[in-house]
Design a protein around this ligand. Structure first.
Ligand SMILES: [Fe+2]
Length: 283
């Protein structure tokens, strides 16, 4: 990356403190509100769920921030809880109370189109028990009832993002905000046998789109792949927002307080997808 681009990004980052505050409100201050999963009846017995796996991003008009920082101001110190997946696998993950869980995964090609004002769109809906997407209950706000939006500001991003430093690929989909899956055709010379949508497709049925994404993303949140940070006060966590997903977890009683400062390093460009060579190798 050239120094002028770095300077531009820093300038934009400084100018976007308001955006950071905006994202903080969206992603964390509203954490107890929908679209989290339905509450567990046995939260008092030490069980919890992933609230919502996500990337810190507006997913409308603005490019996904490069980096997120979280600074723990006040952190509950009670014993561990068990994070339940409740998707029929029996998976569970012991976690310190109030952790944030991180995920890294690699995968395929294709693009996702996010809904207009996706956080408003999804607000009435419930997250799945695993926090990895939205239940298909038809609760999303109709597009005609959303705040004014423009086609030109809708975000269409690759499913897999190319890491400009390492060259590796990151499966970076915010599963809750996706409205469409845009499947590219299988490249010339590759066998189409057994492939889904070998000639490409534009999938708009939410149940189909979410089902496919869930199949691709679920393996990546297996307990052994999740890092649950054991927060202590004054911890500062810095993570690559274009290379991991994260989720709030933890069931709190009314006298337990968790407070964080969050800041995102904004970006002046969208992530790029895999190269032709990557697609040849992995698709
Ligand atoms: Fe977040």
């Amino acid at each position: 990356m050239s120094s002028s681009l770095v300077t531009l990004d820093i300038a934009i980052a400084l100018a976007c403190l308001v955006l950071a505050w905006f994202l903080f409100r969206i992603n964390h201050r509203r954490a107890p509100l929908p679209p989290g999963p339905r509450r567990l009846p046995n939260e008092a017995k030490g069980a919890t769920r992933f609230y919502r796996w996500h990337i810190d991003a507006a997913l409308y008009d603005l490019s996904p921030p490069r980096v997120t920082t979280l600074y723990g101001l006040t952190v509950p110190t009670d014993p561990q809880q068990v994070c339940r997946y409740d998707d029929g696998t029996g998976d569970e993950l012991p976690i310190p109370l109030g952790t944030t869980a991180f995920l890294k995964s690699l995968a395929m090609h294709s693009k996702v189109k996010y809904a207009p004002h996706p956080y408003v769109w999804m607000a009435p809906a419930h997250a799945m028990p695993t926090g990895l997407g939205i239940e298909c209950e038809g609760l999303e706000v109709p597009l005609t009832e959303l705040p004014p939006w423009e086609d030109a500001k809708l975000k269409i991003l690759p499913v897999v993002w190319k890491n400009a430093v390492t060259g590796e690929l990151h499966f970076q989909v915010h599963p809750c905000g996706v409205a469409e899956l845009l499947v590219e055709s299988i490249p010339e010379g590759k066998s189409k046998e057994g492939m889904l949508y070998p000639d490409g497709a534009r999938l708009t049925d939410l149940k189909e789109v979410r089902g496919l994404l869930y199949k691709m993303q679920r393996p990546a949140i297996a307990p052994k792949l999740v890092y649950p940070h054991d927060w202590k006060e004054k911890d500062l966590v810095i993570f690559h927002n274009r290379g991991v997903l994260h989720s709030v977890v933890g069931a709190f009683t009314s006298d337990q307080v968790r407070a964080f400062h969050q800041c995102n390093l904004a970006a002046s460009d969208d992530p790029t997808g895999p190269t032709t060579e990557d697609v040849k190798k992995w698709a």
